[in-house]
Design a protein around this ligand. Structure first.
Ligand code: FES
Length: 89
C-alpha cells in the first residue's frame, strides 16, 4: 500500500528501509524521499517504520531468548490444564 503518494513509496519499501537501518523519519526522507513534498504522509510513515522496527526487535529477541518468547496461549493456566484452581482436595 502506498504510504507516500507524492514519492510513490509503499509500506514494503519502508519495511525494507527499516531492515537496512532506517530508524527515524529523517532516515526515511533521506533514503526514500518520504515527507519531502506535501508532508501529509509523516504520521503514517512514522507508524510504519515504528512497527517495522518493533517487529525486528521482537524477532531478534525471540532468536536470542527463545524460552522467553513463549506465546501466552501456551501458558498452563490451571483452568486450561483441567486441574481445579486450588489443587485437588
Ligand atoms: S504524501 Fe508524502 S510527501 Fe506528500
Amino acid at each position: 500500500m502506498y504510504v507516500c503518494v507524492c514519492m510513490a513509496v509503499t509500506d514494503r519499501q519502508i519495511r525494507e528501509a527499516a531492515a537496512a537501518g532506517a530508524r527515524n523519519l529523517k532516515d526515511l526522507r533521506r533514503d526514500l524521499g518520504v515527507t519531502s513534498e506535501c508532508g501529509s504522509c509523516a504520521t503514517y510513515a512514522r507508524r510504519c517504520l515504528a512497527e517495522a522496527n518493533e517487529s525486528q526487535r521482537q524477532a531478534a529477541r525471540a532468536k536470542r531468548f527463545p524460552e522467553i518468547e513463549t506465546p501466552i496461549s501456551d501458558s498452563r493456566h490451571p483452568r486450561e490444564s483441567g486441574e481445579p484452581p486450588f489443587g485437588r482436595l
